[in-house]
Design a protein around this ligand. Structure first.
Ligand code: TGC
Ligand code: FAD
Length: 386
């Protein structure tokens, strides 16, 4: 069983409930996900059969008041993400989208009937949701989106294309962001609505076990009741992204730990020039650097959790931690891959799978560069983004 890395006794900062939740998700990942990930990664398929099980365990919408695991703190939520991504970024991505990018906006910006209908279905895993913000020509700059909504009778007509949408082809409901009279608004589009299609994107070399689709809307008529009443402007989707990015800060620690643990064990067994790889000074330096970076990343995550708990977490602080921890995990996965030698390029080991996945994580939810520029703007007061 995966043990996790805890050189600085982070565990002492966890409530008994947080530890219990972490152990529960760890066991789920170990027993129900790990035996199947290699096959899903090879085949490019998502383990959709695990979705109701995740619902049963309270992982979906885990920290929304009254939903999921109920009364959870930010550390416990982070630990769920860590354990899921220790398995594969696919699993954390699924939970991030369902919880932070679909349930969160319905909970905070939705009408009472929208909440009553969708939240129980999404929480239990009986329905799957996706978040359509990015377009083929507008990723880092979502404010430029071309998708439109036009008022028509008792509803709205949507037109446009969304791209790179996680869970897109599996979803019962898509939260689509489109401009209504020039203002960005959120619309709930149900699967099967005439004119709406989700098309799986093939050829991915990263997040292969995740479903990623384009969403095409041609004169899609949605009823008035499907507009999220309380979200107006880019601030709406960006506030959801803060929640999802917070989850990534913890999640990628899980991927980094998986690579570290794998290579620590391997280096003790692998003989090079008649001695274990672990007996080499260069190896010990790499291991010491990895452990140092994981520990620093854990401390960032922990302090961010405390800021979040007290309502003081700023978007730029999330940028700092998402940017640092994701790149840190990617570097660790690359180093671990190299230390495994030729074995490291296969899926007999985990590190290269994590490395390939983390390339996506470095790009989505704001690229490394976008988070750099968000921090630069905060520091200098000068906008170098647009
Ligand atoms: P800008 O003028 O900065 O902001 C427009 C309005 O939004 C507010 N705002 C935020 N609010 C909450 N949280 C944040 N993080 C916010 N950042 C900005 C801002 O205060 C302003 O409000 P107001 O009231 O003045 O109107 O907008 P900009 O056009 O200059 O762009 C800023 C920028 C580049 C930081 C932003 O657009 C950005 O973050 N770009 C990256 C896009 C991105 O992250 N896309 C992610 C798509 S979803 C996804 O990738 C899911 S992956 C699946 C998975 O998680 O597994
Ligand atoms: P671009 O914006 O075209 O950027 C290209 C390059 O230019 C990057 O290196 C970027 O950092 C750089 N760049 C951009 N602007 C600047 C600047 N001002 N200065 C300097 N450099 C700059 N989106 C969703 O809406 N929902 C999802 O569920 C979702 N899931 C995804 C799943 C996967 C597997 C992937 C890969 C992406 C997903 N995305 C999703 C999209 C993701 O959020 C975007 O890919 C991301 O925001 C970057 O946009 P882009 O790919 O268009 O790159």
């Amino acid at each position: 069983m995966f043990k996790g890395i805890d050189y600085y006794d982070i565990e002492s900062e966890m409530t008994p409930k947080a530890r219990q939740v972490r152990d529960m998700v760890r066991e789920f990942v170990e027993k129900e996900f790990m035996p199947h990930i290699r096959q899903h990664y090879r085949a490019g398929t998502f383990p959709v059969d695990l979705v109701p099980r995740m619902g049963e365990l309270g992982i979906l919408g885990a920290e929304l008041p009254g939903y999921g695991l109920k009364d959870m703190d930010s550390i416990a939520y982070g630990l769920i993400m860590q354990e899921l991504e220790r398995g594969d970024s696919t699993l954390r991505s699924f939970a991030s989208v369902q919880s932070a990018l679909v349930m969160y906006p319905i909970f905070h910006f939705g009408s009472q009937p929208q909440k009553d209908h969708w939240l129980p279905l999404l929480e239990s895993g009986k329905a799957i949701g996706c978040f359509g913000l990015t377009e083929p020509e507008f990723g880092s700059d979502p404010g430029g989106m071309k998708c439109t909504a036009v008022k028509s009778g008792d509803g709205y007509v949507l037109n446009g294309t969304k791209m790179w949408i996680t869970n897109g082809s599996l979803s019962n409901v898509a939260l689509v962001w489109a401009k209504l009279d020039g203002v960005i608004r959120g619309f709930l589009v149900e699967r099967g609505t005439p004119g709406f299609s989700a098309n799986e994107i093939s050829g991915k070399l990263s997040l292969r076990a995740s479903a990623t689709a384009s969403l095409v809307m041609r004169d899609v008529l949605v009823p008035e009741a499907n507009l999220l009443p309380e979200a107006r402007g880019l601030k709406g989707p960006l506030s959801c992204l803060n929640q999802a990015r917070y989850g990534i800060v913890w999640g990628v620690l899980g991927a980094a730990m998986a690579c570290f643990e794998e290579v620590l064990e391997y280096s003790g067994k692998r003989q090079v020039f008649g001695r274990p790889l672990a007996a080499r000074q260069l190896t010990q330096a790499k291991l010491a650097d990895m452990l140092t970076e994981i520990t620093k990343g854990q401390l960032l995550a922990l302090q961010l959790a405390k800021l979040r708990e007290s309502g003081r977490m700023r978007p730029e602080q999330v940028s700092l931690a998402k940017r640092n921890n994701t790149r840190m995990a990617l570097e660790i996965a690359r180093t671990a891959r190299g230390m495994l030698g030729a074995n490291g390029i296969t899926d007999w080991y985990q590190s290269m799978r994590h490395m390939c996945n983390l390339e996506s994580v470095d790009t989505y939810e704001g690229t490394y560069e976008i988070h750099t520029l968000a921090m630069g703007r905060d520091l200098t007061g000068i906008d170098a983004i647009s």
